[in-house]
Design a protein. Structure first.
Length: 146
């Protein structure tokens, strides 16, 4: 009986990497004083969406995912306060794959006022590869015309 318990315990530990990625990368609950803005953007069968946690201080957090279809696609995100940049980054997804991302944006003075999100064709952002973009503020999000 004891050996069955050991075998089942080992099997449970070995099966943990097989859990869905979403379970391992759940988004946090908002902290006190944070406003949450949900955003989503798509182009063809490529889709990205997430949440922005607007804090009362100099930093803002964003979490999301991108699912690429048919080709490699990249989502890029940047935070700003007028002329002050708050940092950014990009995440690339291969066809049929979902990639999760999280980013903390910080400005030197004031608060982060705007988050820009863009989808690009390919593994690196280029002007010619821009497919769709939006920006979000504490009041909501707006998809930008192409």
């Amino acid at each position: 009986m004891r050996s069955w318990a050991t075998i089942l315990g080992v099997a449970a530990v070995l099966a943990m990497p097989l859990l869905p990625a979403a379970a391992a990368e759940s988004q946090p609950e908002p902290a006190a004083g944070e406003l949450v803005t949900h955003w989503q953007l798509s182009h063809g069968d490529t889709r990205t969406e997430g949440d922005i946690y607007w804090g009362p201080g100099r930093s803002t957090r964003a979490y999301g995912w991108i699912t690429a279809a048919g080709d490699v696609h990249t989502v890029c995100y940047n935070g700003s306060n007028g002329e002050l940049g708050g940092g950014g980054g990009c995440t690339t997804a291969r066809p049929g794959r979902t990639e999760h991302f999280g980013k903390r944006f910080v400005v030197e003075a004031g608060q982060v006022h705007r988050i820009d999100v863009s989808i690009f064709k390919g593994a690196a952002p280029t002007e010619d590869g821009l497919l769709a973009s939006l920006y979000c503020t504490r009041e909501g999000c707006e998809v930008l015309p192409r």
